[in-house]
Design a protein around this ligand. Structure first.
Ligand code: 13P
Length: 252
């Protein structure tokens, strides 16, 4: 049985003070979240040491939103996976649609980053998802399977034993327009069956999260779908009460 996982992607929000108070509020409400639900937060990487320290004695895992595909060297402005591990990261989000669209990350670069995250003994959360145009064209399945295939070709299916996938339809991110539970389930099932062609056990065990306008009000019905194992939450993860409610709703 797969456990449920809810991860907050804080994106580029917050200050040292607001990050601390958000974590303290999460810690205060943590007892209300059923034991079986796994929880992660990905603050801006500069606040990762602070978050890792504040979460050290809790069940909240901490991670980064992005990392370099390179191990070290003359890559001005980049942060290596080993450095994130050194700061206390447990996981790294790779291939978020904002990275793909705004910073030009290709499938090949995302695959390199996935490999780099694992090489640093961290867990990758691989994001895939189609744009509105692609959905309208009816090529959602082709798009998400190509995004997954690029990583599979680079690292092999065994690497997915310690990885998470997040399906985030681009048109649902930050728009308030979420995918319906049925629309999301269809893509989650497709991703799982695609993996199953290569390894049934890994496919059955991998957590596949849904992301895109997840809120307290819609999280239960989304996460109740058979192939949806939790959420990758943006905006609603910046409010402790909302995020804790989503975590609690994941237990179904
Ligand atoms: P929102 O929950 O704000 O739509 O963002 C989703 C997301 O991009 C999480 O990675």
């Amino acid at each position: 049985m797969r456990s449920k996982l809810v991860v907050g992607n804080w994106k580029m929000h917050g200050t040292r003070e607001s990050c601390s108070s958000l974590i303290l509020a999460l810690k205060q409400g943590l007892d209300g979240v059923p034991e079986g639900v796994e929880i992660g937060i990905a603050p801006p990487s500069v606040y990762l040491p602070l978050a890792a320290k504040l979460c050290a004695d809790t069940r909240i895992q901490t991670g980064a939103q992005n990392a370099s595909q390179f191990e070290q060297g003359a890559y001005t402005g980049e942060v290596a996976c080993g450095m994130l591990a050194d700061l206390g990261a447990d996981f790294v989000i790779v291939g978020h649609s904002e990275r793909r669209a705004l910073f030009g990350e290709s499938d090949a670069v995302v695959a390199e980053k996935f490999a780099a995250v694992q090489a640093a003994s961290l867990q990758p959360i691989l994001c895939v998802g189609e744009t509105l145009e692609q959905r309208k064209e009816g090529i959602t399945a082709d798009v998400v399977m190509a995004q997954l295939a690029a990583v599979l070709e680079r690292v092999g299916v065994a690497a997915f034993e310690n990885a998470v996938i997040a399906y985030e339809p681009v048109w649902a991110i930050g728009t308030g327009e979420k995918a319906s539970p049925e629309q999301a389930q269809e893509v989650h099932a497709l991703l799982r069956s695609d993996l199953a062609k290569q390894d049934k056990e890994i496919a059955a065990a991998i957590q596949i999260l849904y992301g895109g306008s997840v809120k307290e009000s819609n999280s239960a019905e989304l996460i109740a779908q058979p192939d949806i194992d939790g959420g990758l939450v943006g905006g609603a993860s910046l409010e402790a009460e909302q995020f804790l409610a989503i975590c609690t709703n994941a237990d179904n």
